[in-house]
Design a protein around this ligand. Structure first.
Ligand SMILES: Cc1ncc(COP(=O)(O)O)c(C=O)c1O
Length: 457
């Protein structure tokens, strides 16, 4: 039998997609029911066996028109579902339905943001949204700009690249011991001098230790601070760090991949005071922004910094085309073909507004505060600290680190709960990263019960 191959766009697109979408939605439902929890049970071997059974031949001689249904079912059955309240390990958010629907349109239309003639409207949308988000972070009189990225890692890499291009190849990265691993890795990638790790004794970068390092080490310096640490959701003391950077003439990058979402909340945005002092800021709306991956941005307070990415390829941005007024998009990324990830972000911002997004932020922060209360009042658990964002570190009281690691793996293997892990204060903690605004306090109580009942004695 011939495999049906209608196109997703063009006149036949909508009619071709409609029944396929129905198939996908049904398979998402049957797959999730077959899983029956936040994670497939049985661990890696059992999952691999089920996926292999659904895909016995990767490239069969003749296609199977039911492959869409079989494989979507298998993927849904074998997924970690961040929309399940007991799936709370990572900065892995449940995406909003409206954002996913917009992403479908992005896939169907397939604009590619490497040249205007492949993305006329998408490039306008990207310019509008990136500038508006950059202005949220760097208010007037700054005239900032931002680039879309695949996430925090790419944003951090670009931040270091821009620092190298503005400060020179000898620029040295100083980052907190609490910083994301992608920062020192980017220094390695870009051939920069060995980065210096500044102590973060209470989980946040110590400004006095930073001052000492800036005094001791020859410049030029790039300081990377964090607003929303991966392990504990803490925010470095941004105003103090910015003051130290200004005093030493150091460039400042702030990795707000997690914390930037607080900007949408009237209740919490004050926690980001000092963010505007940064030369560059990493944002990641596939964390505290409820977008499907990828939805990263890098803002630049001075748009002139972005000139370093200018690049010419005659088939994409010939001088005479640019002189004639065709927008030059190639310098807005190191990638060439590029998805319009901005569409889902634009749709989300316009649909929910600041109020709607801020409410989601407030809800997950409230949930974290509620979980911390439950832990603090439970004699069987230790709480690391009150949450700053939506991450709670806790551990069964008197358990060894081995037992803490074991209970996490047991719950994963059984597919009953997905918790993360983090070292702090020299001990191993369970990490609940709460990004699901639909979770209820009862879910959190059930989570604690599961941990209590499965911790090895
Ligand atoms: C603080 C921070 N920065 C950067 C990243 C990397 O983001 P991505 O996974 O989108 O590349 C993470 C990921 O968790 C993070 O927590």
């Amino acid at each position: 039998m011939n495999t049906p191959s209608p196109l997703a766009s063009g006149p036949e697109g909508p009619d071709a997609l409609r029944p396929l979408l129905d198939t996908v939605l049904t398979a998402l439902d049957t797959g999730a029911r077959a899983r029956g929890g936040p994670l497939p049970s049985g661990g890696p071997r059992a999952v691999a066996a089920r996926v292999r059974a659904a895909l016995p031949d990767v490239l069969p001689e003749h296609g199977d028109p039911d492959a869409l249904q079989h494989l979507v079912h298998a993927l849904a059955e074998g997924s970690a579902d961040p929309a399940d309240p007991l799936c709370a390990a990572h900065l892995h958010c449940p995406p909003l339905a409206v954002a996913v629907a917009a992403d479908l349109a992005a896939s169907a239309l397939n604009p590619s943001l490497d040249s205007w003639d492949q993305a006329p409207a998408a490039s306008v949308l990207e310019a509008l949204v990136t500038r508006a988000l950059a202005e949220e972070i760097h208010p007037a009189p700054a005239t900032p700009d931002a680039l879309m990225t695949t996430g925090g890692t790419e944003s951090n890499q670009l931040a270091l690249l821009l620092a190298r291009e503005t400060q020179g190849t000898g620029v040295r990265l100083l980052h907190g011991a609490n910083a994301h691993h992608s920062l020192p890795r980017a220094a390695w990638l870009l051939g920069l001098p060995d980065p210096v790790t500044v102590p973060a004794p209470a989980g946040v970068l110590d400004p006095a230790a930073l001052d000492e390092a800036l005094t001791r080490l020859p410049g030029p310096h790039l300081v990377a601070a964090t607003a929303g640490t991966t392990d504990a959701g803490l925010i470095d003391p941004l105003p103090e760090i910015a003051a130290r950077c200004a005093a030493h003439g150091a460039r400042l990058h702030i990795d707000a991949a997690y914390g930037a979402g607080l900007l949408f909340s009237h209740r919490h945005r004050h926690r980001l005071t000092g963010l505007d002092a940064a030369h560059t800021v990493t944002l990641d709306l596939h964390k505290l922004g409820w977008q499907p991956v990828a939805a990263g941005l890098l803002t630049a307070r001075d748009p002139a910094d972005l000139a370093a990415l200018h690049h010419r390829a005659d088939y994409l941005n010939a001088d005479d085309d640019t002189d004639a007024g065709l927008p030059d998009l190639l310098g807005r990324s190191l990638r060439t073909s590029r998805r319009p990830d901005v569409l889902k972000i634009a749709v989300t911002l316009a649909t929910l507004g600041r109020h709607g997004l801020g409410r989601l932020v407030d809800q997950v922060c409230d949930l974290a505060a509620g979980l911390a209360d439950l832990v603090a009042h439970h004699p069987g658990f230790d709480l690391y600290d009150r949450p700053t964002l939506s991450t709670v570190l806790f551990r069964p009281a008197h358990a060894t680190d081995t037992a803490v690691a074991a209970v996490r793996r047991r719950l994963l293997t059984d597919g009953r709960a997905v918790l993360g892990r983090a070292h702090a204060d020299g001990r191993l903690w369970l990490k609940a990263t709460l990004l699901n605004p639909r979770a209820r306090p009862d879910d959190l109580a059930a989570l604690l019960k599961l941990v209590e009942g499965n911790t090895p004695g």
